[in-house]
Design a protein around this ligand. Structure first.
Ligand code: AMP
Ligand code: GLY
Length: 425
């Protein structure tokens, strides 16, 4: 198969590594890719927003499957245009990507399909939202509708904080907002591979969203992750599939907008059972960097089956053990990451047992690997236990030289002493 991978982050580097292992892969291109991906794929300077250029490339290069990593091209309808020309894509159509693209849409799906989620109200004007806030009080979660790269949500502990968040969101013309009950519990990232009709459990992970140690400071795209999530027992997996994932697919079908691709449910494990915080319609970043090293089956065949409504009957086989990843970000992340810092020592780090490094915001300058983005590297390690994986990943990090790098020293703090739950297969 000839594959075009869209994206340039650590998630896409992990996808490229996994697809490279497939006996069915005959050619791999990445648009735009990054220096790490360039070792595995031919990187092409195509803009994911230029749908016509992508279609033309696919036709010229006889691409059999386009694998789309990030949400922005999905929400923009890249899949629709390609599929209309007979080019198969891994990822949802524009209409189905609304599950990530609009929080209001997802809440309406929750109502229609009876999914367990936080109570909410949606608003398109500031005054009624402020009135509701005055009635509901704090704590309260304020969410801007639409994509915000993990930055559109304020978990407000006080009314003043919530008011400030509302005022901020409604500065933008046409803004819409969801006010939501604050859920208490442990968060889990839950992945289900879907083909429009069917869904297969694909694994679970937990990530660290806050920039600072002890889960403090502003939210980020994710500063580290591990898989599997130890609380995800086979019974809980089945409960989430039965109460959240399958009803969502059924409702999307009923509306004539079937969902194919990766359905990534952000869950809160509350004392009342699992509740949906949000959907993403793609692989997670950095969750993919810990999910895929545990996958035993052929990723490319699974993605292809998702695109062709032909998923197998059983969930993919995972190897035992765990994976943990540390995100190395550029100083100043998330507000204003410093670019240009030189990175060295990756070869020595990946030579260590069980260590995998994926690149995210990196580029080449004067023959050096340099930081070009907020999240720069993922240092991933496999282990029999979380403790072993964490020890290996932190040891690998000591061999990397990157003066401007910041990272958390407590990735996996919640689980380092725990043993992983047996994943449901
Ligand atoms: P979202 O963009 O919806 O994933 O929200 C980002 C983060 O905000 C989530 O990962 C949670 O940590 C937090 N969050 C969102 N909604 C809620 C909620 N209803 N209760 C508690 N925390 C929430
Ligand atoms: N790590 C969360 C996400 O990919 O949205």
């Amino acid at each position: 198969m000839r594959v075009l991978l869209i994206g340039s982050g650590g998630r896409e580097h992990a996808l490229a590594m996994a697809m490279r292992k497939s006996p069915r892969l005959t050619a791999l291109f990445a648009a735009p890719g990054n220096p790490g991906i360039a070792a595995l794929a031919e990187c092409v300077a195509l803009d994911a927003a230029d749908h016509a250029a992508i279609s033309e490339f696919c036709r010229n290069q006889h691409i059999d499957l386009v694998v789309i990593g990030p949400e922005v091209p999905l929400v923009a309808g890249l899949v629709d245009g390609l599929v209309a020309q007979g080019i198969a894509c891994f990822g949802p159509t524009k209409a189905a990507a609304q599950l990530e693209g609009s929080k209001g849409f997802t809440k309406r799906i929750c109502d229609a399909a009876g999914l367990p989620t936080a109570a909410y109200q949606a608003f398109d004007r500031l005054a009624p939202a402020m009135d509701a806030l005055a009635r509901l009080g704090a704590p309260l979660v304020v969410k801007a509708d639409g994509l915000a790269a993990g930055k559109g949500v304020v978990v407000a502990e006080t009314v003043a904080e919530a008011e400030a968040a509302l005022q901020n969101i409604f500065m933008a013309p046409g803004a819409r907002v969801v006010l939501e009950e604050k859920l208490e519990g442990e968060e889990v990232s839950f992945f289900a591979l879907c083909d429009g009709r069917n869904a297969l459990y694909f694994g679970s992970a937990q990530d660290h969203k806050r920039v600072g140690e002890g889960d403090t400071g502003p939210n980020t795209g994710g500063m580290g992750a591990y898989a599997p999530a130890p609380r995800m027992t086979p019974d809980l997996v089945e409960e989430v599939m039965a109460r959240i994932i399958r009803p969502t697919l059924a409702e999307m079908n009923r509306r004539g907008t079937p969902f194919a691709g990766m359905l990534f449910a952000g869950l809160m494990l509350t004392t009342d059972g699992p509740k949906l915080i949000e959907f993403n319609t793609r692989f997670g970043d950095p969750e993919t960097q810990v999910l895929l090293p545990l996958l035993q089956d052929d990723l490319l065949s699974l993605l292809d089956a998702s695109a062709h409504a032909s998923l197998p009957a059983h969930s993919p086989a995972l190897r035992g053990g765990v994976a943990l990843t540390i995100v190395v970000a550029a100083k100043g992340y998330p507000a204003s990451p410093k670019h240009g810092g030189i990175i060295e020592g990756l070869e020595a780090a990946v030579a260590l047992p069980g260590v995998i490094i994926t690149q995210a915001g990196t580029g080449l300058k004067d023959g050096h690997l340099v930081a070009t983005g907020g999240r720069v590297l993922n240092i991933t390690a496999l282990g029999a236990t979380y403790e072993e994986a964490a020890t290996r990943a932190y040891a690998a990090l000591t061999t990397v030289t990157y003066a401007d790098g910041i990272w958390r020293r407590d990735i996996g703090w919640r689980v380092r002493g725990m043993s992983p739950a047996r994943e449901a297969l």
